[in-house]
Design a protein around this ligand. Structure first.
Ligand code: SF4
Length: 199
């Protein structure tokens, strides 16, 4: 059998494809942030923070998740940390506590927005800081849904992770936010976010 031998050998095709795909994943992460930004917000007020992590930043988040999981003895953080460490990019979405929607609606458990804001969000030392405006939490959920819709349209595997979000908050990656989530992204032949095994 005769094999084609190129006169001017190019770098490995596999390498070229991998670089192109990684770049495409980073572009999609930016498009996801855009989708989250333009998603509808209560009363048209925007308290959403977005951040795209790539390269070493993704690895640092993964290490932080592993460390936080061990410190808090939360086993699934270690599994998620491995996923994030193997990802090409990670989108962070966080919500600031203010401005509230200003409706005095009671959904947060307080009869007024001012009453909710009087509570110290750090007093319980929980992984998310609260209380928070329920309308803003709905905004965050809608933004997350819009972001993963965009990932899905571009066929990029992803998973919304609480563990990545609280770690990002603890590392100060989501400035002024009290609640946040991470969405790691990966382009590979097998979706790494399913059939996961505990480390
Ligand atoms: S959920 Fe709470 S903070 Fe938000 S608008 Fe209603 S009363 Fe105000």
């Amino acid at each position: 059998m005769v094999f084609y031998k190129p006169l001017y050998p190019l770098p490995s095709t596999a390498h070229i494809m991998t670089s192109a795909e990684k770049k495409a994943v980073e572009t999609v992460a930016g498009l996801m942030a855009l989708s989250a930004r333009t998603a509808p917000k209560g009363k048209g007020q925007d308290a959403l923070v977005t951040r795209v992590l790539v390269g070493d930043e993704v690895k640092a988040l993964s290490r932080g998740m592993d460390a936080l999981g061990k410190e808090k003895e939360i086993r699934f953080f270690l599994r998620d940390a491995r996923n994030v460490g193997a990802s090409d990019a990670c989108l962070l979405l966080g919500m600031r506590r203010e401005p509230t929607a200003g409706l005095d609606c009671g959904a947060c458990g307080f009869s007024t927005c001012a009453g909710m804001l009087m509570e110290d969000p750090g007093k319980n030392r929980t992984l998310f800081a609260g209380p928070n405006c329920a309308v803003r939490m709905a905004d965050l959920g809608i933004a997350l849904g819009s972001a993963v819709k965009t990932a899905s349209l571009h066929n990029v595997d992803n998973r919304v992770m609480y563990s990545a979000g609280v770690t990002a908050l603890s590392l100060g990656l989501l400035e002024e936010c009290t609640v946040g989530y991470g969405i790691p992204l990966k382009a590979s032949g097998k979706n790494i976010f399913f059939d996961r095994k505990d480390p």
